[in-house]
Design a protein around this ligand. Structure first.
Ligand SMILES: Cc1cc2nc3c(=O)[nH]c(=O)nc-3n(C[C@H](O)[C@H](O)[C@H](O)COP(=O)(O)OP(=O)(O)OC[C@H]3O[C@@H](n4cnc5c(N)ncnc54)[C@H](O)[C@@H]3O)c2cc1C
Length: 422
């Protein structure tokens, strides 16, 4: 375990995507001393790969979203990771889910109409929830809501239109065979990370910034805060003197809930092609999204979100598996029940250092991302997925944002001597 120095030039709080991005950028400047302080006993934060049965499973981030623009795509390639480029058939998954070709065409047309309505609504002065754009009694309203729980971690009535349209999506989504979490582990290799060290107070009243941690005090000239908004909004980590603007911005950008259930599938089950994408029901908002035999593995990955996912976290893995087995039996017939068993599941809302999955903006709070990201006194910097103006809620957005915060911290040193040289 990295020891805690009493003094450092830049302290980074959190070794998730943003913290790793920031530390790698600062590591390029030899004259600056850096320490990453991480509460968990591992790096990666909301990106983590596990392998309970031989093949890797990503508990958090799995997809290199906007992969053709994602700076981590070339990085992964250089590091020798195998990139799986087959695009997920998210738009056309209604037919394998039991709908007709005409119904699927209607669904695609409805989604396009929603995208157009969002752009129009976003140009208006007053922000609205995404739910205000639903056609009254619309055939696909429940499924649109379910889709929001997967994309935003929250139902449409919770999500700001203005924020939603700021997200940039090139539509290209790739996966890493070894797992996204393994990439972040590789990126964190050699970085000065103090694990199992939580920060509970940032005292910025004096000349040096004092970090009160579970393993003692560290003084830093600059601090980059990368913890999730849930940690700031609940003051698990607090500022002294308080920063009410940051607290309000973090509260305006809550973390939605998305979870995964991984199921093993006996290889002998016939008739299911590798990488089949499905939805459990096209008429209920309380349904799961499925990847069947992803990357040709003997497994089914189930994805679910929103208020309903929070309830499943409380009920536990057996209840979640029972629900998924019911949906899969409706899609594939009862025989499938004999061939599936739970492998692993997540409960990100209950995770004490995440307290949710990824951020969305409440209606009226789209500009909170800029408020959260703004430095304080040119010595307290903020990064993390929630601070990203266009790639929020993603791992690459967090990483890029960490790099940006590190550059701002370095620029703030221009013309000054480092703390250790004083
Ligand atoms: C189920 C799920 C699926 C996802 N799918 C995708 C996907 O396919 N593609 C994608 O791009 N993104 C995906 N994401 C989102 C992505 O994982 C996150 O947006 C991103 O990893 C967040 O990185 P971050 O650095 O901002 O925060 P984090 O990863 O949360 O890092 C912050 C770190 O700070 C630490 N910390 C918290 N409090 C303290 C404290 N007081 N003191 C010290 N340390 C502290 C935490 O332990 C954590 O390690 C998914 C997330 C989930 C949960």
């Amino acid at each position: 375990m990295v020891g805690l120095p009493s003094q450092v030039d830049v302290a980074i709080i959190g070794a998730g995507g943003a913290g790793i991005g920031a530390a790698r950028r600062l590591g390029e400047v030899r004259s600056v001393s850096v320490l990453v302080i991480e509460a968990r006993n591992r790096v990666g934060g909301r990106v983590q790969t596990i392998a309970p049965t031989g093949f890797p499973l990503d508990r958090g981030a799995e997809w290199l979203h906007s992969a053709d623009r994602n700076p981590l795509s070339p990085v992964a390639r250089q590091l020798g990771f195998a990139i799986h480029r087959r695009r997920p058939e998210w738009a056309t998954r209604l037919r394998p889910s039991g709908e007709t070709i005409e119904a699927e065409a209607d669904w695609i047309a409805t989604r396009e109409a929603q995208a157009w309505a969002r752009r129009k609504a976003a140009a208006e002065l007053v922000d609205q929830p995404l739910s205000s754009l639903l056609p009254p009694g619309g055939r696909w309203n429940e499924l649109l809501d379910a889709t929001s729980t997967w994309g935003n971690g929250a139902e449409l009535d919770r999500v700001s239109v203005k924020d939603y349209v700021r997200y940039e999506d090139s539509g290209v989504n790739w996966r890493l065979r070894e797992g996204y979490g393994r990439l972040f582990e590789a990126l964190a290799e050699g970085l000065p990370v103090a694990l199992e060290t939580s920060v509970f107070c940032i005292d910025h009243s004096g000349q040096g910034i004092r970090l009160e941690t579970s393993r003692g005090t560290v003084t830093a000239a600059r601090v980059i805060v990368t913890v999730p908004t849930s940690i700031l909004a609940t003051e698990v980590l607090r500022f002294d003197p308080p920063l009410p603007d940051k607290l309000a911005a973090a509260a305006g950008l809550p973390l939605g809930v998305d979870d995964k259930l991984f199921i093993s599938l006996t290889n002998s089950f016939p008739g299911i092609e590798a990488d089949t994408f499905l939805v459990g029901s096209t008429t209920s908002r309380e349904t799961m999204s499925y990847q069947v035999r992803p990357l040709d593995r003997p497994a089914i990955y189930c994805f679910f979100g929103g208020r309903w996912a929070a309830a499943f976290e409380r009920e536990g893995e057996a209840a979640t598996f029972s629900f998924a087995a019911g949906e899969l039996a409706r899609l594939f017939g009862n025989n499938i029940r004999r061939l599936i068993a739970p492998l692993a599941s997540t409960a990100w809302l209950q995770d004490p250092w995440a307290r949710g999955s990824y951020s969305y903006a409440l209606p009226g709070h789209a500009d909170d991302r800029a408020t959260l990201a703004a430095p304080v006194d040119n010595r307290l910097f903020f990064a993390g997925e929630a601070c990203s103006p266009n790639f929020f809620s993603t791992a690459h957005g967090a990483y890029m944002n960490g790099v940006t915060a590190a550059e701002a911290a370095l620029a703030s040193f221009a013309g000054l001597r480092m703390v250790g040289q004083e």
